[in-house]
Design a protein around this ligand. Structure first.
Ligand code: IPE
Ligand code: IPE
Ligand code: MG
Ligand code: MG
Length: 321
């Protein structure tokens, strides 16, 4: 991933800081922390923080340190949400390894997720800027609401409008906020913060649509998590919602979803999603948001950071993991 090269040294500092922040004298939590550090994930959100921070006014050392702290704390929030999300979704694999809940237990996953959240906020507060802490709290608040909506819709057909609202809360706002937090950490002027935040919002929506598509299409080895899990977990994403709305296919989809164990018919469902063009439809929606993200880049000053954000946008569409 080319776009990482610009912030590579900072990302190395993020990894080191993660390790340092997760140190504790509780041996169980320490074991979980070490386990989580083994498989690192793509570090997309810290990359967004770091790249957004590059538009800051003066790259003085204090700001550089603060930027790395914020990027690290953002990844800790992400890790916490994944550890908890896998409990809710009954997921077995994460980042190519057994999920924390599988390797340890649900109880350990709840507690270590909380530990990660608390550690993230300890680090955010170091920035000494209430706006940063407040925004970080808001992002967790919004994500919780998104996951609660999804849970309430469990096994229920949502409208497309409800889908967009849900993924905005789950992912759109987090990626938007990652950009915003990076910008706040280095004092990026408001007129640059606005397109950065809009960029993050569109990237975030596209990112979740693609994640939902990958659940149907990915090679699970590459993806590092199991596929065909959303329907089995009662989570109906954009392709399903779209196919349901088509007269020629809606009935068949409905029938499968009403079966005692819809998870047993996912192959059949996948065929319908291909034939009905529902997977293509979702891809076009993701492309549409990436196009809007690229438009926002056009409002940023030309710089290596802007080019990296453009490359990152292309990656979101092309990714297979
Ligand atoms: C997974 O996020 C959860 C979603 C919001 C789709 P990532 O795909 O960024 O996961 P990692 O951090 O690379 O493992
Ligand atoms: C996760 O969404 C989004 C969060 C905010 C935790 P998913 O449930 O689709 O993510 P994966 O597929 O488990 O990574
Ligand atoms: Mg999940
Ligand atoms: Mg998913």
């Amino acid at each position: 991933m080319e776009f990482f090269s610009l912030v590579e040294p900072h990302l190395a500092q993020v990894n080191a800081m993660l390790e340092e922040q997760l140190l504790t004298d509780n041996e169980l939590i320490q074991e979980v922390a070490q386990y989580l550090l083994l498989a690192s994930g793509k570090r997309l959100r810290p990359a967004l923080v770091l790249l957004s921070g590059q538009f800051g006014v003066s790259p003085e050392p204090f700001q550089a340190k603060r930027l790395v702290e914020v990027a690290t704390a953002v990844e800790m929030i992400h890790m916490a949400t994944l550890v908890h999300d896998d409990i809710i979704d009954d997921a077995v694999l994460r980042r190519g390894m057994p999920a924390v809940r599988t390797q340890f237990s649900n109880a350990v996953a709840v507690l270590s997720g909380d530990f990660l959240f608390a550690s993230a906020f300890r680090l955010f507060s170091r920035a000494g800027d209430l706006a940063i802490v407040e925004l970080a709290a808001k992002v967790v608040h919004v994500m919780c609401v998104g996951e609660i909506y999804q849970n309430m819709d469990h096994g229920r057909i949502a409208t497309e409008e409800a889908y967009w609202k849900r993924i905005e809360a789950k992912t759109g706002f987090f990626l938007e906020t990652s950009c915003r937090l990076g910008a706040l950490a280095t004092g990026v002027p408001e007129e640059i913060q606005v397109p950065l935040a809009r960029y993050g919002h569109h990237i975030g929506l596209a990112y979740q649509v693609v994640d939902d598509l990958l659940d149907w299409l990915a090679n699970p080895e590459k993806l590092g998590k199991a596929i065909l899990e959303d329907v089995a977990a009662g989570v109906y994403t954009l392709p399903i919602i779209h196919a349901l709305g088509q007269p020629a296919y809606g009935g068949a989809v409905q029938e499968i979803l009403s079966a005692a164990e819809p998870g047993r018919h996912v192959e059949e469902l996948r065929q319908i999603l291909v034939q009905s063009g529902a997977l293509d439809y979702a891809k076009v929606q993701a492309e549409h948001h990436i196009a809007q993200a690229l438009d926002m880049c056009g409002q940023l000053p030309a710089s290596p950071a802007r080019s990296a954000l453009e490359e990152l946008a292309e990656f979101v569409l092309a990714r297979e993991y």
